[in-house]
Write a protein that binds this ligand. Sequence first.
Ligand SMILES: *Cc1c(COP(=O)(O)O)cnc(C)c1O
Length: 220
Amino acid sequence: MGLKTIQDRVEKEAIRVGRDPKTVQLIAVSKVQPNARVEQVLSAGHRIFGENRVQEAAGKWPEFKKRFSGVELHLIGPMQSNKVRQAMDLFDVIHTVDRPKIAQTLARIAGETGQCPRLYIQVNTGAEPQKAGVLPTDADAFIKMCRDLDLPVEGLMCIPPAEESPAKHFALLAEIAKRNGLDGLSMGMSGDFECAIAHGATYVRVGSAIFGSRTYEADA
Ligand SMILES: *Cc1c(COP(=O)(O)O)cnc(C)c1O
């Protein structure tokens, strides 16, 4: 189990770049991991977890939440509009708000229930056609739209293109957040979380470096 190693590396990098380590939160990404591995990390005292599928999270987290108090669950994968209500019920934070229809659905349900998870807007910093997220050029307008809907937008999230060096994408996300007065930056994964911390990440999302590699059969 790599939890302690990753916690130490997060803390070291924060200190190295002159940040308070408490301003960087580690999301343990438990998607597709066997329950026994997730349980080890829970037993070690970690409480912040990320899942990328609503359905998968609904199958395992209600039970874990009964057994371990104080779990904070983050949705880091794409959300279809017919899953928004379920996602709002299950997750404390949603990182993948990426289009008007989702924003409107979130606002409508929040109006009904009086509750809404903390929200991050996903930005497609590499403008990749296959990737979710608003384009950098549309980000300011979309952030404004979400705020006009009274949604609790806390920050921005990105997944840089796999084949590029991530630094300029992290810098771009930080710049868009700053000019919009947003403090939260969800960026950095197993391979690049230190670089993300140097660029201001407040949440890093680390899966395989904590849990070991994923087997993707269950994901097919
Ligand atoms: C799977 C996933 C991660 C974690 O990836 P690792 O490389 O295993 O750390 C982070 N963010 C998102 C959006 C993911 O889907």
